[in-house]
Design a binder for this molecule. Sequence first.
Ligand code: ADP
Ligand code: MG
Ligand code: MG
Length: 205
Amino acid sequence: MNADVFVAWFEEAARLVRRDRERLTQLDAAIGDADHGTNLDRGLTEVRAALAGSPPETPAQVLALAGATLIRRIGGASGPLYGSVFRQMGKSLESPVTLAGFAAAFESGVVALERLGKAALGDKTMVDALAPASRALALAVRDGVGVREAFEQAAKAAEEGAKATIPMQARKGRASYLGERSIGHEDPGAASAALFMAALAAVVT
Ligand code: ADP
Ligand code: MG
Ligand code: MG
């Protein structure tokens, strides 16, 4: 996996978020402040511009630039949270990037997210999609699964994790202010996290 694959990841994520912008915003309208789709769409548009402006040479540099841009450009909670995932991944990732190296760096990104957001599995946040994806990658490495299949399994785990937030009561972020009324809606950040993993599966061959 070279820098081009990581650039393609963010381009595909930007495309999927643009496609699903209204759905993400509607999810946030139900349990938040109706801006998640626009927040992420704007942030990823900025990421694409930053990557095009000065194309990084290594995967770690792509992640660092994307992370810093998301932190700077998204006003909502999701900017610093996603930004910290990618920044930490960039710090952990060594070249050349192997599946095992990617899985380990991704896990460290999720740990950074959990630390920053003080969120754990079951709190109805993006962690509920990203942590299962991370676990799926770790299992794929353990089982010696091919790269393409590994990312497909991670995408599936993220999608299932996002859907699993529907019956949860939110314990972090704006949705937590709703208490029991947050039950019955998919978490917008978990839904967008599933798009990030779908984008990855789409660009990794
Ligand atoms: P805001 O809530 O500031 O408007 P967004 O709407 O862009 O920001 O993002 C909301 C999403 O951010 C939530 O759906 C949730 O997945 C995620 N989130 C919010 N707070 C936390 C947290 N403390 N830890 C992890 N994820 C969080
Ligand atoms: Mg919001
Ligand atoms: Mg907001």
